[in-house]
Design a binder for this molecule. Structure first.
Ligand code: SF4
Ligand code: SF4
Length: 313
């Protein structure tokens, strides 16, 4: 039976009491699915639209229960190496692999939920937000599940709940436009202004994204904050920072603000667990002083800039 995408969505986490993604204490809802594959993505298990197994090799006892339990024959074990063909998980209904695994080596990232189910959790958390809290939708890319996201935002808005979204902007103009009336804040992720470099590290062109930024800047009535993860030797030069600043200054915005975030490698383990390769094999960290230099370049160009968790919400 076809799923009603206006009512049902797929999420891979809900976290209460976050203070980094909008004002006050917030409930974060992580939606599955992303059209981009950024090399530094810290939630690779959020990229596929469907739930998928995460495998913890250290816990595996190689008894092959999952191999026999999977109706899609998606798992094989060869010389103590367990491989999952995750494309076959797209139509899975029961996720038996994780149910039969008694050592805890397999768990499923993602589950289908209804708007009402998510809203019940939001209402429960609401009692602990205090005066300024609310809901932030993130992911993955929340607008990949456009109808579900729209209806969830609308329900929050109708209940006087402060709403925010973090988006990469690589969705249709129509989808972006549809959610604007129900949002208080938008965190708009920018990766690179140069199209070739954008494709190189994310897999897609930035044309649609920049087009959607212009749309939001012209039509959105709430607070718009750009977010840029600063990647050494990718988007952290003076010229690249100036290109971001020039683009932001070309927009019809009264308040221009950027939140720059240092590269971190906290998602690295999840690449191995979800059968993906991690691009940064030699771990690199952004030089902290460089973040302050980048902040100064934005400030010199009349753009407010905050670094990481320093952002005052
Ligand atoms: S069922 Fe669990 S413990 Fe057994 S082989 Fe599969 S992942 Fe490993
Ligand atoms: S999620 Fe479903 S299809 Fe994928 S490995 Fe597990 S049981 Fe098989």
């Amino acid at each position: 039976m076809e799923i009603d995408r206006k009512i049902y969505g797929t999420i891979f986490d809900i976290q209460g009491h976050s203070v980094h993604d909008g004002p006050g204490s917030r409930t974060l809802i992580f939606l599955k699915g992303c059209p981009m594959k950024c090399r530094w993505c810290s939630n690779p298990e959020g990229q596929n639209l469907f739930p998928e197994p995460l495998y913890l090799k250290q816990k595996c006892i190689y008894d092959s229960l999952c191999v026999r339990g999977c109706p899609e024959r998606a798992i094989k074990i060869d010389n103590d190496i367990l491989l999952v063909d995750r494309k076959k998980c797209a139509n899975c209904k029961e996720y038996l692999c994780a149910k039969v695994c008694c050592s805890g080596a397999l768990r499923i990232a993602g589950r289908r939920v209804s708007i009402d189910e998510v809203f019940t959790i939001i209402q429960r958390d609401r009692a602990f937000w205090g005066n300024d809290g609310g809901v932030t939708l993130t992911g993955g890319e929340p607008l990949m599940q456009g109808e579900f996201t729209l209806n969830l935002l609308r329900k929050c808005y109708d209940s006087y709940i402060h709403t925010a979204i973090e988006t990469c902007g690589y969705v249709s103009n129509k989808t972006v436009k549809s959610v604007l009336p129900y949002l208080d804040w938008i965190f708009f992720d920018l990766k690179h202004i140069n199209e070739k470099k954008h494709i190189e590290a994310t897999g897609v062109s930035n044309k649609l994204i920049l087009d959607n930024v212009k749309l939001v800047a012209s039509e959105f009535k709430g607070r718009l904050i750009f977010r840029i993860v600063i990647i050494p030797d990718y988007n952290d030069s003076d010229e690249e920072t100036k290109a971001f600043a020039d683009f932001i200054n070309s927009l019809p915005l009264k308040i221009k603000e950027v939140n720059i975030l240092p590269l971190h490698h906290m998602g690295k383990e999840k690449y191995a667990m979800s059968g993906r390769d991690y691009y940064f094999s030699d771990i690199i960290y952004e030089n902290e002083e460089r973040l302050f230099e980048i902040k100064r370049i934005f400030n010199k160009n009349n753009i407010e800039c905050n670094i990481g968790a320093d952002t005052p919400f």
